[in-house]
Design a binder for this molecule. Structure first.
Ligand SMILES: [Zn+2]
Ligand SMILES: [Zn+2]
Length: 394
């Protein structure tokens, strides 16, 4: 029997617990210095320094992304390759209103606990730093660059309003619409103008009409980012940004074509034209119940009850969806705000530096470390997670 197979759960948990004060300091430091998508130089740098100090071999940057990194710690030849995922981007104007400072601290805590206790046996532990979850699709770009090739399982946690291990996320596509018309004096020569703003407004009306005839749990939401420059000039240019979401990326693709058709029709109705620029497509999250059950058991052993996700609604989108389509992965939630409090709000940002946030951080760091330890210790866990991922009949 290898030493890793003798590793007791309480040794790993104790190694997380020993870092309690340090992890809180780390999380609060990131919280006090929020950095938005692809600008997370200080945050990523602090993680890289801490991981190097803990004996990890760090490659940074990776995938041509300045704030992306891969930290590796090999325990022995062969064995599974397990990745802890760290997010660290904040939101413009709101700071850490998605609590990614806690995600980073939990990944660091779990990684150091495993590095100090799992010193024999086989396998490799990775910490993968993924920038720009908030709209930049860092994980999608890293997947394309092959950063996750050869990784057997990926684990992260997210703070939230309910402690849940199997909540999904919607597929989402972003589109920028650019409407082109013709400027004219709005009073002296309106008959010579083509109103790009009207094309844009008609698009919103057409999309609103479409809502009646789409599948349940569709979300289509947009803003006008340019509506003209002066009221006495017919707007020659207008711009809107939309996000289209549903449980299935196949249906999102279908919806996207219908939204584009609505915009083309709206533009044509006033004599304008429209062009589309498409953002990265976020895939829906693929649940891995095998891994989620391990995480859940380790939360409940700490006295944290796990609840089911809401039957309808309460769901956003993340580039973690794309990762979960590529390999067995989990994105569980640990509660730190009262039910009904949403992420991306000042209340959520405050919670990410509160005692409730720190509690979620410790629960999650411990459960992450123990779930990864299960994967290193028991080949059956990874085999079951992989079989579930492939869709093999049980
Ligand atoms: Zn967010
Ligand atoms: Zn988030």
């Amino acid at each position: 029997m290898s030493r890793s197979s003798l590793m007791a759960t309480d040794v790993v948990a104790a190694a997380v617990d020993a870092q309690r004060a340090d992890l809180e300091t780390f999380a609060l430091d990131l919280h006090a210095h929020p950095e938005t998508a692809f600008e997370e130089r200080r945050s990523a740098g602090r993680l890289v320094t801490a991981l190097r100090h803990a004996g990890f071999d760090v490659t940074a940057p990776v995938a041509d992304l300045e704030t992306a990194f891969v930290a590796r710690r090999r325990f022995g030849p062969g064995g599974p390759r397990v990745a802890l995922i760290a997010e660290y981007d904040a939101l413009p104007g709101l700071g850490h209103a998605c609590g990614h400072n806690l995600i980073s601290a939990a990944a660091l805590g779990a990684a150091r606990a495993l590095a100090s206790t799992l010193d024999a046996g086989a396998g490799e532990l990775l910490v993968i730093g993924t920038p720009a979850e908030e709209g930049g699709g860092g994980k999608i770009l890293m997947l394309r660059a092959g950063v996750f090739d050869g990784v057997d399982a990926a684990l992260m946690f997210h703070p939230g309003a309910r402690t849940m291990t199997v909540r999904g996320a919607l597929a989402a596509t972003r589109a920028t619409m650019r409407f082109f018309g013709k400027a004219a004096h709005a009073a002296a020569a309106p008959h010579l103008g083509i109103n790009a703003l009207d094309a844009c407004i008609q698009t919103f009306n057409a999309v609103n009409a479409l809502r009646q005839h789409v599948r349940d749990e569709t979300r289509i939401h947009g803003v006008i980012t340019h509506g003209g420059d002066a009221p006495n000039v017919t707007p020659a240019y207008a711009e809107a940004k939309f996000i289209i979401r549903h449980r299935s990326h196949v249906y999102v693709d279908e919806l996207k074509e219908r939204v584009y058709a609505a915009a083309r029709g709206a533009a044509a109705s006033v004599g304008a034209t429209v062009e589309f620029e498409e953002g990265l497509a976020y895939a829906e999250r693929k649940i891995n119940r095998t891994l989620a059950a391990r995480f859940e058991a380790h939360l409940e052993a700490q006295g944290e009850p796990v609840v089911e996700p809401l039957a309808v609604g309460g769901v956003g989108s993340s580039d973690f969806g794309n990762l979960s389509q590529a390999l067995p992965a989990i994105h569980p939630y640990v509660a730190m705000v009262p039910e009904g409090t949403s992420a991306h709000t000042p209340e959520f940002a405050a919670a990410a530096a509160s005692s409730a946030g720190m509690r979620a951080l410790h629960l999650a760091a411990t459960a992450l470390a123990l779930t990864a330890a299960d994967l290193f210790r028991d080949p059956d866990v990874l085999a079951a997670a992989a079989a579930e991922f492939r869709g093999d009949a049980a």
